[in-house]
Design a protein around this ligand. Structure first.
Ligand SMILES: *Cc1c(COP(=O)(O)O)cnc(C)c1O
Length: 580
């Protein structure tokens, strides 16, 4: 998204480079295991890559898009199988009133080519899907779509339409893969909505003559299920009758149908149950999450998850000048991994002047993005170059607690005024979440009623990648307040650290991969204590930006501790190491 919304990749120069990357991860035979005909196949219901026409909803989609971008950069043969949604939803706000609107999307506008049609069945009819593709280096998008496919996450979870979308992605996507001449080297299921891809594979093996148990073993060995949810009970359930309508008509093998029928309890199924059965490889998205995710298999045994912490595609989410800086100063190598020699010394050599200079570039970019945005009153805002900026940018969901910093309105107003600081709140309430919508409205009225907050706190609706990036580039300190234990990983905080902002956070998700003395941590046994701590850390952050020594201290600590975690190439390396 840097450079006029068109990401510029610097693919590795030669096959020697690729071999060197594989050698670096001690998998030098990988070029034999993965090839253009046998690629790494990544299934996801959500992708967040607007420059390629697909808008997502949150972190799950950002992760999928970044996996493909990293694969493209590192020349890993990779297919992203995902829907192209013909409609996307947006929100705008004027005079504290929110309106939803919907925008139609045409894949031809984003450089996709039509490949052919495939069809999937329901009990009463068959549905024709368009298969479209777009190749980018060694990676490609392979999408299924049709005019009535609808929006991402339209309808209730557990509804017929969701099941239809998931079946279309799984069975339709598997047919699409064959259509373009690929066999999966590995299938990664990005959450259980993609379960039907692995089922389609199992069914194909059995119906083409493989012994059922051999086919299960084979499918299991080549399938990785990545979990992002902590509690199994929170997952949608589907009824057997819905499967009779949408799923069973697509299964050729009687044995596979019987196997799947056995996974229902009292007529209901959660897709995680067959997912952990069909995937021998299972991962969670941070160390903490992999440890605490509480999933049981069909026999009631606890499911073990391997931790592969999410990373980000650094060249997408970091200011180009900062990326150049990391490379020139020997902090990142050509794979965007932390350098092996002198990494810590090179970070210690980063001066406050360097940090301020690079942050000013980021602030200018943020202001240019803000030209095309409006706040809760419908006004355009700009943040002065010399002012301090805090930000809170996330989906508006309960556990992330966007209202927490406003628990004591006078106190936060004082902090903002004393430090000539502004606060940008960006978020998106899930359509239909009336609880969060009301909390947001209450918050906006609270801000409206306090003259200091009204001047210094700006809510920006329709949070998306552009705003996510812009705020990471331009903010001095970001606030991340998930209830400890509820964030699976989170990646916004990674964008903030990569762009030389200070992180103020509870110790949760991927942040907890490293000890809490590496950033401005929020601790406390009660919400009230946490909030007091948050205010204290906001003051520490504001002071640090006025004091070279403190600024260097915290930025150095953050980079030394987290650059390895943040690097998407590190994530790809960890996945390849786990898979092969
Ligand atoms: C980075 C990003 C996310 C990830 O958010 P977390 O709350 O950190 O998981 C979600 N949405 C958008 C638009 C992003 O850019």
């Amino acid at each position: 998204m840097n450079n006029e919304n068109h990401p510029v990749y610097h693919p590795l120069d030669s096959i020697e480079d690729v071999e060197q990357f594989y050698a670096a991860i001690r998998r030098d035979k990988l070029t034999e295991k993965l090839s253009p005909e046998r690629p790494y196949c990544y299934w996801t219901i959500e992708t967040y890559d607007k420059s390629n026409g697909i808008r997502g909803g949150g972190g799950l989609g950002v992760l999928a898009a970044d996996m493909r971008r990293v694969a493209e950069q590192l020349s890993v043969p990779f297919v992203l199988v995902t829907p192209f949604y013909p409609w996307e939803s947006h929100q705008k706000m004027e005079n504290l009133e929110q309106t939803d609107y919907h925008v139609q999307q045409n894949y031809k506008d984003f450089g996709f080519n039509f490949v052919d049609n495939v069809s999937i069945k329901t009990a009463t009819t068959s549905v024709q899907l368009d298969v479209i593709e777009k190749r980018l280096g060694a990676s490609r998008f392979l999408c299924i779509t049709e005019p009535n496919f609808g929006e991402l996450y339209s309808g209730e979870s557990g509804s017929d339409h969701r099941l239809y979308q998931e079946v279309a992605l799984g069975f339709g996507g598997y047919k699409a893969l064959k259509l373009v001449g690929c066999r999966p080297g590995i299938i990664q299921l990005n959450e259980v909505a993609t379960f039907f891809a692995a089922l389609a594979r199992l069914d194909e093996l059995v119906s083409s003559g493989m012994d059922f148990y051999e086919a299960v073993v084979y499918t299991r060995k080549h399938t990785l299920y990545t979990n992002h949810t902590l509690v199994q009970a929170a997952e949608a359930t589907f009824h057997y009758s819905q499967f009779e309508q949408y799923v069973f008509p697509n299964i050729k093998s009687v044995a596979v149908r019987r196997w799947l029928s056995d996974k229902f309890t009292d007529g209901w199924i959660r897709l995680s149950t067959p997912s952990v059965e069909i995937a021998e490889l299972r991962s969670g998205v941070s160390k903490l999450h992999a440890r605490v995710a509480n999933y049981r298999d069909i026999n009631g045994n606890k499911v073990k998850f391997k931790a592969v912490t999410n990373g980000i595609h650094m060249r997408t989410w970091t200011h180009p000048e900062i990326m150049n800086f990391y490379h020139d100063r020997g902090i990142l190598d050509k794979f965007d991994l932390p350098t092996e020699r002198d990494f810590v010394e090179n970070i210690d050599a980063v001066s406050a002047a360097d940090i301020r200079h690079l942050k000013n570039l980021g602030r200018a970019k943020l202001n240019s993005i803000l030209q095309n945005r409006t706040d809760q009153y419908g006004n355009t805002i700009q943040i002065p170059e010399g002012a301090m900026l805090f930000d809170f940018k996330r989906r508006f969901v309960d556990y992330k607690r966007p209202w927490l910093p406003f628990s004591n309105p006078e106190r936060i107003a004082q902090i903002l005024q004393d430090n000539d600081a502004h606060y940008i709140l960006a978020g998106r309430v899930h359509t239909g979440d009336s609880n969060m919508y009301n909390r947001l409205m209450n918050l906006l009225h609270l801000i409206d009623s306090n003259p200091i907050l009204k001047e210094r706190v700006h809510y920006l609706p329709d949070y998306d990648e552009e705003l996510g990036l812009g705020l990471s580039l331009g903010a001095n300190a970001s606030i991340n307040t998930p209830i400890v234990g509820l964030e699976a990983c989170g990646t916004s905080w990674m964008k903030d650290i990569a762009n030389l902002g200070l992180l103020i956070s509870t110790h949760d998700g991927g942040v907890a991969d490293m000890p809490s003395d590496n950033y401005l941590t929020i601790e406390g046994k009660t919400e009230e204590e946490e909030c007091k701590n948050l205010y204290k850390q906001m003051e520490v952050a504001a002071k640090a930006w006025q004091n070279d020594f403190d600024l260097e201290y915290w930025i150095h600590r953050q980079l030394v501790a987290y650059l390895d975690v943040i690097s998407g190439s590190r994530m790809m390396r960890d996945y390849l190491n786990y898979l092969f």
